[in-house]
Each structure stands twice: as structure tokens, then as C-alpha cells.
Ligand binder design. Structure first.
Ligand code: SAH
Ligand code: SF4
Ligand code: F3S
Length: 487
């Protein structure tokens, strides 16, 4: 059960059964405050939500937007016009934190000009005590702070924020250290009408030694399959054709449920839902990727031909220090198995450079894996020391210059192999889901292929959300230009 850790908040820790109903009551209450604000401003109050970080946070922001719209706010893309600004933060690397602090300075000056402006901070970064201390000290103008475990309380917290603001103008801080609650069926406002992320699990139990996620997102919890399937059925009825199942390690889905179910079994159930044309998922930990999953993917008509399979390092010594629980040979054997089953699959990855003790020889091992696997795309990150993780206490941190040198070398190779892979599809015809008008040239649309690459081709807004056959005429590294084929 989650517990508020701050005295400045409501002390109620509600029971799960009543929680959804309680939150709907708070939505009603919040409406009264937002209505009053609307009268005062003579326009609908505007809200700006900025998402930092991963797909989990993007989905959480859709939950925030769902509540905000229900209580009477309108969303805006222009931060300077907003009456309520919310930053949904990430802390996976230090630069994510620095970006938030940078923007907070600007928000402070905005609030001076517009005193009724409300500012809320939430997400992973807020789960760190040092961050809360710093905000209390240096950014006292922030109105509301909450974390990853109690996002379902957003309407309740908004009510507290308005009430508190009236009485003493203090900052509301409500951070839970842990929770086993999953409150279902609260409002969500999707960013895209035709595609959607869906949480299938929360938290992570892997404790990779460099990673802060298990500390800020808590222990692994799976949603019940019936809840997930009901949500997807609703989405399909609402016109969604592509779904992305979200979890830090989707391959361990279902293990902690009363009636255990595997991720592969869940996929088979989802496959049956009419209207859903494409299924994606993120992320797969190599140690847990089962033969059952490979088999289900291979026989599926809907699961996209894309697997994100984070490598992190190709060196056995570093993998061990990272607590990844596979070796270079295990990883390569797994990729071989996947490619044998599905020769057309695109494999992408994450790689960290500069983990404590990493030598140039270790980086050579990583490069060797990149050459052998031939990734379709790879996200390379410079190691960032996260306070409280085991790796932060390791004393053999790598000098910055060497990290930079190794990083640049790896990046060049990663880009070259990705370009080679992309060229292989030039001239082929593939199905694309049209996502948007092209930003630079609105006579073009942008579509996403099953393998997650993008293609730009002539079209208009009526194409958005549709699956279309497209010829991939030109390859430009990370995207294609093409033309639609007549039906
Ligand atoms: N659960 C997912 C993703 C977690 S975070 C997974 O395991 O794949 C996304 C990526 O950020 C990780 O794959 C890793 O490459 C990177 N990352 C995490 N912690 C980091 C750190 N301290 N420094 C640099 N990169 C990090
Ligand atoms: Fe972090 Fe590892 Fe969990 Fe991914 S699997 S979130 S890298 S601890
Ligand atoms: Fe960042 Fe939290 Fe995601 S730390 S990467 S937003 S889980």
C-alpha cells in the first residue's frame, strides 16, 4: 500500500475498490475551481503538458490530459499562453534533470508576470529526495509535486492545490515510495486517434547496476489480462489500429499475477481483437525473451517485424558488472534464433558507453556485436552516474575524454550499419500506417513501416490513420521517400 511521505498532504490512503469512484468525485470538485477560474479569466483556462523521457511517460501524460480535459481545461502547445504548466519528468540520465532545471528558471519568470499561473512537476525525477529538496529550496514558486505511483490521484491533488493556494499559498508535495495499487479506468486523452500505447505492467525488478528506473518506478506489477484486453477492445472500437504494449521488461509480464500468464499468451489474445491491425511492444530484456515469443511473433499477422533488444554492452566483463545476466555469446545466439525464424525482422538496440571500468577493448567487443547483428537502429548513450545505483559507487569511472572518443567511434559504426540495412529495402513495396502530414512539406505524408522506419510520400490529411501500400523509391539513411501504389 502506498503511503504519502509528506505531512503537507491529505493523509487518506484509500482502499483500491473505492479509489476509482473517489477520484471521479474529485473530478467533479476540481471542475468547480476550474469553472471559477474560467469566469475570472473570461476564457477557458489553458494547460500545457511537457513530457520528458520514454513511452511510459508519454502514456502517463495522456492520463494527465484526460483528467485536465474532464475538469474543464483546454490543452495548448504554447507554453507562454498556459494558465497551468505541468512537466512530466525523466531522470534516467543527468541531462534529463538538467533540462528540467533549465526550464524551471523560465517558468519562474513567467509566474512573476502571470501570478495566477499554476505549476506542477511529476514523473520519475520527483521520486528522488535530492530533487525535492532542491525544488523546495530554489524553486519555491512550484505549486504541486507528485510522483510516479500516485498519478491516479491527479484530480484530488488539483483540488488540494486550489484549496491550499487559497489558504496559505504553500507547495503541495505528495510522493509515495512504493505502491501495489493499479487504479483502472480513469480518463485518458490520446495524442493520436489511430494509435495508442497501453501499459501492461509497471516497474522493474532487474536492477541493472547503472539504472535508476527500479528506484523511481518501483517493483514489477502486471495488469490483469482482462483489463488490458478490455482496454484494447475499447480502443479498437474507437478507431485505433496500432497499439504499443508498454513495460520495462515485457517478457516477464504476468509472472506476479494470481493466475500467471506469459507475454506470448497475452499477445495471442490481443491478436484476436478485431480492428487492431498492428501490435508493437517495448522493451524486451534479452535474458527473458522466450522461444514461445519468437514462435508467436513468427506466426502472427499483426505483430510488427521489429524488436527492440537492448544490448548495453558487448563485453562479458562489463555485462557482468552491469548485472545484465547474459553474455555476448548468449545475446548473439538469441539474435541468430530470431533472425532464422523471421529473416525480415528489424532489430534495434540501446548501448551505453563509459560504464565504470570500460576499456577500449570492451568497446571493441560492443562494436563486434554491432557488426554481427547489423542493427537497423541503435540508441547510444554516454554513461550517466545515478546516485543510489550500485554503479555510482564503483571507483573506476572512465575519464570523459576516453568516453567521448569511444562514443564517437561507436556512433559512426552504428550509423554506417543502419544505413546499409536501410538500403536493402529500397525498391520494395511495404505497408505504411500514415501518421501525419510532413512537417517540412505538407503536400507529403509520413507513414511508419512495420519495421518502425518512416517513409514520406504524396498525400493529404485524409490519409492519416490509414494503412497504405507504398513503394520505397529512395533511401535516405533513416527514412525513405516513396509513392503510394494504386489499390
Ligand atoms: N527497461 C528498458 C529501458 C530503460 S531506460 C530496458 O531495459 O531496455 C532506456 C535506456 O537508457 C536503457 O536501455 C539504457 O541503455 C539507458 N540508460 C539507463 N540508465 C542509464 C545510465 N545511467 N546512463 C546512460 N544510459 C542509461
Ligand atoms: Fe533499467 Fe535494466 Fe530495468 Fe531496463 S531492465 S529499466 S535498464 S533496470
Ligand atoms: Fe525516464 Fe522514467 Fe522512462 S526515468 S526513461 S521517464 S521510466
Amino acid at each position: 500500500m502506498g503511503k504519502p511521505t509528506d505531512s503537507n498532504v491529505l493523509e487518506t490512503v484509500p482502499s483500491l475498490e473505492n479509489e476509482r469512484a473517489r477520484q471521479y468525485d474529485f473530478i467533479q470538485k476540481a471542475r468547480i475551481y476550474v469553472n471559477a477560474l474560467e469566469k475570472q479569466l473570461s476564457h477557458k483556462p489553458l494547460c500545457f503538458v511537457q513530457t520528458f523521457g520514454c513511452q511510459m511517460n508519454a502514456r502517463d501524460s495522456e492520463k494527465l490530459a484526460g483528467i485536465l480535459l474532464q475538469i474543464g481545461y483546454e490543452m495548448t502547445d504554447a507554453e507562454e499562453d498556459a494558465d497551468f504548466v505541468i512537466y512530466n519528468t525523466c531522470t534516467v540520465r543527468d541531462n534529463a534533470n538538467q533540462r528540467v532545471y533549465g526550464r524551471l528558471g523560465y517558468l519562474g519568470s513567467m509566474k512573476k508576470k502571470k501570478p495566477h499561473l499554476k505549476i506542477a512537476l511529476c514523473g520519475c525525477m520527483m521520486q528522488e529526495q535530492a530533487v525535492i529538496d532542491k525544488i523546495r529550496k530554489s524553486y519555491r514558486f512550484v505549486d504541486l509535486i507528485f510522483g510516479t505511483h500516485n498519478i491516479f490521484k491527479f484530480a484530488e491533488l488539483i483540488v488540494t492545490m486550489f484549496e491550499n493556494g487559497k489558504s496559505n499559498g504553500g507547495m503541495i508535495v505528495d510522493i509515495w515510495q512504493e505502491t501495489d495499487q493499479i487504479v483502472e479506468d480513469l480518463p485518458i486523452s490520446r495524442k493520436y486517434p489511430y494509435k495508442s500505447g497501453i501499459n501492461i505492467m509497471f516497474g522493474c525488478n532487474n536492477f541493472c547496476s547503472y539504472c535508476i528506473v527500479p528506484y523511481v518506478r518501483g517493483r514489477e506489477r502486471s495488469r490483469k489480462p482482462e483489463e488490458i484486453l478490455a482496454e484494447i477492445e475499447k480502443l479498437a472500437a474507437d478507431g485505433v489500429v496500432e497499439i504499443m504494449l508498454l513495460g520495462q521488461n515485457v517478457n516477464s509480464y504476468g509472472k506476479n499475477l494470481e493466475t500467471p500468464i506469459t507475454f506470448a499468451q497475452l499477445l495471442q489474445e490481443i491478436e484476436k481483437i478485431e480492428g487492431i491491425r498492428r501490435i508493437r511492444f517495448m522493451t524486451s530484456h534479452p535474458k527473458d525473451l522466450s522461444d514461445e515469443l519468437i514462435n508467436v511473433m513468427k506466426n502472427s499477422q499483426k505483430i510488427c517485424r521489429h524488436l527492440h533488444l537492448p544490448l548495453q554492452s558487448g563485453s562479458d566483463a562489463i555485462l557482468k558488472q552491469m548485472n545484465r545476466r547474459y553474455t555476448k555469446a548468449d545475446y548473439l545466439a538469441l539474435v541468430e534464433k530470431i533472425k532464422t525464424a523471421m529473416p525480415d525482422i528489424a532489430i534495434t538496440t540501446d548501448i551505453i558507453v563509459g560504464f565504470p571500468g570500460e576499456t577500449t577493448k570492451d568497446v571493441e567487443e560492443t562494436i563486434d556485436v554491432v557488426r554481427k547483428v547489423q542493427y537497423d537502429n541503435a540508441f547510444t548513450f554516454i554513461y550517466s552516474k545515478r546516485t543510489g545505483t550500485p554503479a555510482a559507487a564503483m571507483d573506476n569511472q572512465v575519464p570523459e575524454e576516453l568516453v567521448k572518443e569511444n562514443f564517437d567511434k561507436l556512433l559512426r559504426i552504428v550509423q554506417d550499419t543502419a544505413k546499409e540495412r536501410a538500403l536493402l529495402l529500397q525498391g520494395q513495396v511495404m505497408e505504411a500506417l500514415v501518421e501525419d502530414l510532413n512537417e517540412q512539406d505538407p503536400s507529403l505524408v509520413t507513414g511508419r513501416l512495420s519495421n518502425n522506419m518512416l517513409v514520406h510520400f504524396k498525400g493529404d490529411a485524409s490519409y492519416i490513420g490509414k494503412l497504405m501500400k507504398v513503394s520505397l523509391d529512395g533511401c535516405h539513411g533513416f527514412y525513405y521517400t516513396g509513392h503510394r501504389l494504386d489499390e
